[in-house]
Design a protein. Sequence first.
Length: 277
Amino acid sequence: MLKKRILLGAIMLMSLKINIFAGEVNLYLNGVKLGGAAPISLRNTTFVPIGVISRELDLDVEWNNPSVEISNNVEHVKFNIDDINAYKGKEIFFMREAPFFYENRVYVPLRAVSELFGYSVKFSDTDKRIDVRTDIITPPVKEEKIEFERSPNLNWGIWNEINFYNNHQYKSLYLRDFSTGKSYKLNTTHGFETHHWTPQNKIIFSGLNAQDEGFVHIFDPEQMKTIETISTRIYDYDFNTNKLYYYKNNTYIAYDLDTSTRKEILRDEYIQLTQNL
């Protein structure tokens, strides 16, 4: 499981390096403005250094790389670097973004930490202000209702979410392992994004990288890794035949995933084969 987390962490860190923005956001605790390192905004999630939030909320912190555990006299919550799951007792709570290292600090999602300890969080976009109150107790919400696209064997589910940040639209693709209840972020991209299950319970998903180059990933949940990447912006997938059609280097390709064979096809044939997909 640790190997799986590291592999996914590598995918997520590539995105983090691109999309971290120092936020002009002021943090208040029970009406008092807090100092220290400024919060960071990452795709509509606000992060704070774990040292700052734990000190102000009077929480104990125990660091055991890659895990960090935060506790008080009642609650005990565990986070892992690059893991979008928070662990509270035997329960697993889904977070849209994972804790990460930045400038020699560990940053954690402010809302997740606060709400897991029962504190309320309110954000004012107009005032660029976040208020955390420890005198208003709010039971943590495990997650909003998610409409999963189930894998053919029903062991996995995927879903995507759209966020707008810094005048850009971002689409994130998530994966849920129903045997463990854990979630994983597979990709965050700007621009277009599509995804499909294959009959063999693999995931095909597309997007744009940091250089605005199109890609198609074939991802295996059992191995928790991308098993193939195709550089293209134009593709279609046929679940019934398990064939991937794409355009690359001025050539139209029909890729049979069952036999792992490719063949060139004419443009008219490509249109005919994909017009109803």
